[in-house]
Ligand binder design. Sequence first.
Ligand SMILES: Nc1ncnc2c1ncn2[C@@H]1O[C@H](COP(=O)(O)OP(=O)(O)OP(=O)(O)O)[C@@H](O)[C@H]1O
Ligand SMILES: [Mg+2]
Length: 251
Amino acid sequence: MLQAKDIYKRFGESEVLKGVTLNVSRGEVVAIIGRSGSGKSTLLRCLNHLETVDAGSIAIDGQTMVENGPDGRAHYRPDKELRGLLLKMGLVFQDYNLFPHYSALQNVTAAQRMTLRRSPQEAEQRAMLLLEKVGLADKAGEYPCNLSGGQCQRVAIARALAMDPELLCFDEPTSALDPQLTQEVLSVIRQLAKEKRTMIVVTHEMNFARDVADRVIYMDGGRVVEDGAAQDVLGSARSEAIRQFAGEVGY
Ligand SMILES: Nc1ncnc2c1ncn2[C@@H]1O[C@H](COP(=O)(O)OP(=O)(O)OP(=O)(O)O)[C@@H](O)[C@H]1O
Ligand SMILES: [Mg+2]
């Protein structure tokens, strides 16, 4: 479903991704864990083309978004083709990024209307189904300022799902939430995992990663240090590196 190979990314003097390789199969849930600054968000942003990579290749569904040219630097597909491929991916942010002046319903219909050119009726119908799915059908008319953080995040998930992405990425979707709201949001993601959605979830919820993810990737200093089945990476036979990291996050 997704193949990212040898991704390099620097910001000025600092090299933030140092040859990251990541493959995700259809129906798989991959959790990415790691210390602050290890490059997790940058990786997700590169996959979703919110940042450009310096070198490396990314393909989704067998179609190349970017690959190295003869000069060893990344070359992207022409814009129009790239935009089509990017529609296969969705990203849910830590701080929801909802439009504050749109209701929950309008937040879920806007991109369907503008990008997918769905009719108002079709977009609304789809949005209401998804708001129901995330338990917020009764909040469709509310504005983000009248919703809790957990409710905003669930609207953001509905908004991402409305675009029918084949791969859904989450960047610390619960780190702005208190424990109870965290559980509301995690249970939505759990449900999506049961439905065999392909997902990459950057999280510091280690229990969630162990229970819900098929695979866990541990990043450190811009590199993938471990990549394996959740029970191997986080189970009792975990490595010294994970042991230490787990200690730091109190797991
Ligand atoms: N736009 C940017 N310009 C300059 N440096 C950046 C930029 N974005 C990220 N960085 C740097 O890249 C490094 C990796 O950041 P990144 O946000 O990917 O880490 P992270 O693993 O997501 O951390 P956290 O767990 O705190 O979210 C950090 O040192 C950060 O300061
Ligand atoms: Mg981050």
